[in-house]
Ligand binder design. Structure first.
Ligand code: OGA
Ligand code: MN
Length: 296
């Protein structure tokens, strides 16, 4: 066997053992693709890839995408490799990185096909914090009761960058609103997303700001309750990194966040695999009207 997979938890995660020399073999790539669908997160312990090797792996699994190319402050020294770090010498404006402390789905705020998978490798670690958590949103849907599933069917959710930065800044800093809007318009997505293969998952995250047709406390409380449900231990995996680890996750069916850290030494290198599915579209003012109405 060129590659072996070991389950980490029943609902999420596999460890993958493969000799780096065989990482790009057809057979390995095919099995990694399949495991990504069924296991959500794949961990390649201390495989120690270079940027070139990470990009080659990314390209073999799909079509690379770089949705943060326009993110301010991002370093463009290695094209298509985004550096996740609080080091201001590498990333001069790490708003986006501080946003990773909160549950999110990569690229869901952009009007692009949802990135299919994210590849992250650990280059330097923080002294404290910095583990990454993943929640399986297929499992979160599947384990709802039939009645809950019926209640959620057909609901539409507004995702905004304002909601994503609210816990980071309190409110959007003056002068940044326009830039944010340009990068990420308010998006309307289904709450329950039916994928091309018929499987269903929830689309959640801190960016989920309200439910179409519901007043803000009603919509938001539903979203917060679901977020809490989805983040329960049975559906989640927390990865404690070692330098050289590479982790890939199914960004269409999982949300993720990092345990907060302050250490400017932590550096992760990220590449992304483009998707073909667009679960939603930019939100119209009419769709947002009820959630923006004053409540009293
Ligand atoms: C990301 C991200 C988490 C981490 O790269 O999109 O959320 O652990 N990173 O740095
Ligand atoms: Mn992310």
């Amino acid at each position: 066997m060129r590659v072996t997979f070991t389950d980490i938890k029943p609902e999420i995660g596999s460890l993958v053992h493969v000799d780096k020399a065989h990482l790009l073999d057809d057979e390995v790539i095919e099995q990694v693709r399949q495991a990504l669908e069924t296991r959500g997160v794949l961990v390649f312990p201390q495989i120690d890839v270079s940027d070139e090797e990470q990009l080659a792996f990314t390209d073999r699994l799909g079509t690379r995408t770089n949705f943060t190319k326009k993110a301010p402050g991002s370093d463009v020294s290695a094209a298509d490799v985004y550096k996740i770090t609080l080091d201001k010498k590498i990333n001069t404006e790490p708003d986006y990185v501080l946003g990773t402390f909160f549950w999110h789905i990569d690229g869901l705020l952009m009007d692009i096909p949802l990135p299919k998978a994210t590849v992250l490798s650990a280059r330097r670690l923080s002294d404290e914090g910095g583990s990454t958590e993943f929640a399986n949103l297929y499992a979160a849907y599947e384990h709802l009761s039939d009645q809950e599933k019926r209640e959620l069917e057909g609901l539409r959710v507004i995702h905004t960058i304002e909601a994503a930065v609210r816990p980071v800044f309190g409110s959007t800093p003056p002068g940044r609103a326009e830039r944010y809007r340009e990068m990420a318009p308010p998006m309307e997505h289904p709450l329950v997303w039916t994928h091309a293969d018929g499987r269903k998952s929830l689309l959640l995250g801190t960016h989920a700001d309200g439910v179409v047709g519901q007043a803000s406390p009603h919509g938001r409380s539903l979203l917060w309750r679901l977020n809490q449900w989805a983040a329960q231990p049975a559906f989640t995996y927390k990865h404690d990194w070692q330098v050289g680890d590479l982790v890939i996750w199914d960004n269409e069916g999982l949300m993720h966040r990092v345990v907060p850290y302050t250490d400017e030494g932590r550096v992760m290198h990220r590449t992304s695999i483009g998707g073909t599915m667009k679960p939603g579209h930019p939100a119209t003012e009419a769709a947002m009207a009820k959630m923006l109405e004053p409540v009293y």
